[in-house]
Design a binder for this molecule. Structure first.
Ligand code: NAD
Ligand code: SF4
Length: 442
């Protein structure tokens, strides 16, 4: 059995509530951080742990914290990005729903480390029932002296506010989130300046994902040196993976970052294999924004090495033969799935969610959607495949925020690895919608 650091107590009845959380070791890390460590020591421990941002980018958390500007008399903010909207990703929801005090405790320790006296949880609008759970946890923590003024007599003050989004995917992009939090339309800002220098209301702000903030609790509890033993290389600790698609056991799993992709898919501890005994065709390992991998490149890298559930291994070979761990949204496809149809589904999504600020994204996502629609619905030409390739190339790297890249990469990977399927659609316009695809990608 893999060891757990975040969900180890999630099964305990009543863990959602303060008394049970506290009697099972909750707030011990906060006590240690606030009473015996001090802010600098917490930052050092997080740096030592090698914790990388769990929202998708994998940026080193301790480094991000150390970038925060500290001008005299200017407030600093911590913003928790709970706008989990990446298709295939639902691990933060699980954490907030079942063990909300872990997030509150993580926010307390992280705010203390950063010198922030206000923290915000920006939560996606569709998670309609979760703000009440968070508000209750905040009220309980405040009641027990873990929030508010002079926390546990240490002189540190913190208020946590919950803000609901209104259903826009783009508000998960950190600067769009900050715009939205300020009451404006969620349009991404040009970076730099990064939020660590100029963030919420122009003040230094750290934006961290829910899981990242929660991970600070075990790091303080066990120490950075112990934390790194849960992974390999620069992929330290544990990672929450939301697994979905054609598998026997969809759900949220906490893995040590030292297991293989094969073990994750086929072992009974995790996905339990492909549903109905079918063959594995492909997988998007890190949420819809990352490249799809065919089965032969998913289990082994192009060099023939075992593909591991780590940042480095999943990206081995770059995007030519690799992908990304991203947000851990693990979407598994069996032999019956149509790559063209899947790519069209994602293209529709990105076109709908584009904020429209930059023309390569605004126009390109719509154009890709139309061309993919034609191919999928039997109206495509062979030249459309090259046209699609061309459009995605013109989007990538030419936009304000990563949504443009996120729209381009899935299309590029689909054509790169499954070009024969696109061609098949063009050659068989009448059958395109009625067949299954057990093609030669094994
Ligand atoms: P990024 O690489 O631009 O930034 C990562 C973080 O590091 C940001 O907080 C940024 O401010 C900070 N940073 C980077 N360089 C810095 C510097 N020089 N100084 C200070 N801070 C610096 O990526 P991103 O835009 O934050 O995230 C993109 C990723 O988000 C994608 O790869 C995708 O996997 C993921 N994503 C996740 C979801 C979800 O629901 N979890 C949704 C969409 C996308
Ligand atoms: Fe908006 Fe797309 Fe430009 Fe991002 S890339 S700022 S979503 S138009």
């Amino acid at each position: 059995m893999g060891r757990k650091l975040l969900l180890d107590k999630a099964h305990i009845e009543g863990i959602r509530y303060y008394d049970t959380y506290r009697s099972n070791g909750g707030y011990a890390a906060a006590e240690k951080a606030l009473k015996t460590m001090g802010p600098e020591a917490v930052v050092e421990e997080v740096k030592k742990s090698g914790l990388r941002g769990r929202g998708g980018a994998g940026f080193p958390t301790g480094l991000k914290w150390s970038f925060i500007a500290k001008p005299e008399g200017v407030p600093r903010y911590l913003v928790c990005n709970a706008d989990e909207s990446e298709p295939g990703t639902f691990k933060d929801r699980y954490l907030m729903e079942f063990i909300p005090h872990l997030l509150i405790e993580g926010l307390l320790i992280s705010s203390f480390a950063l010198g922030a006296n206000s923290a915000y949880i920006y939560i996606r609008g569709e998670y309609a029932w979760i703000p009440d759970i968070l508000e209750q946890a905040i009220a309980e923590a405040k009641n027990k002296g873990w929030l508010g003024k002079n926390i546990q007599g240490t002189g540190f003050d913190l208020e946590i506010y919950v803000q609901r989004g209104a259903g826009a995917y783009i508000c998960g992009e950190e600067t769009a989130l900050l715009e939205s939090l300020e009451g404006k339309r969620g349009n991404p800002r040009i970076k730099p300046p990064f939020p660590a220098v100029k963030g919420l209301w122009g003040c230094p702000t750290v934006v961290n994902n829910v899981e990242t903030i929660a991970a600070v609790v075990p790091i303080v509890n066990i120490g950075g040196d112990e934390y790194i033993k849960f992974g390999i290389g620069k992929s330290t600790g544990t990672k929450l993976i939301s697994a979905c698609g054609n598998i026997n056991k969809p759900g949220v799993y906490e893995i040590e970052m030292n297991i293989s992709v094969e073990e994750f898919i086929y072992s009974d501890e995790y996905c339990g294999g492909i549903k109905g005994g079918k063959r594995l065709k492909a997988c998007i390992p890190g949420g819809s924004s990352v490249p799809v991998l065919p089965a032969n490149l998913l289990l082994k890298t192009a060099k023939g090495e075992t593909r591991m559930m780590t940042y480095e291994s999943l990206n081995d070979g770059g995007f030519a033969t690799g992908s990304m761990l991203g947000s851990g949204g693990f979407i598994v496809m069996d032999e019956d799935q149509c790559i063209v149809r899947n790519t069209l589904t994602f293209a529709r999504f990105y076109h709908h969610e584009s904020c429209g600020q930059c023309s390569p994204c605004r126009e390109g996502t719509g154009w890709m959607k139309k061309v993919l629609h034609n191919i999928e619905y039997g109206k495509g030409k062979m030249s459309d495949i090259d046209l699609l390739w061309d459009i995605q190339r013109k989007i990538e790297g030419n936009t304000i925020c990563p949504l443009g890249d996120a729209a381009a990469w899935p299309v590029a990977a689909a054509i790169r690895h499954f070009r024969d399927e696109f061609e098949w659609h063009v050659k068989h316009p009448d059958e395109a919608l009625t067949r299954n695809f057990g093609l030669a990608h094994y």
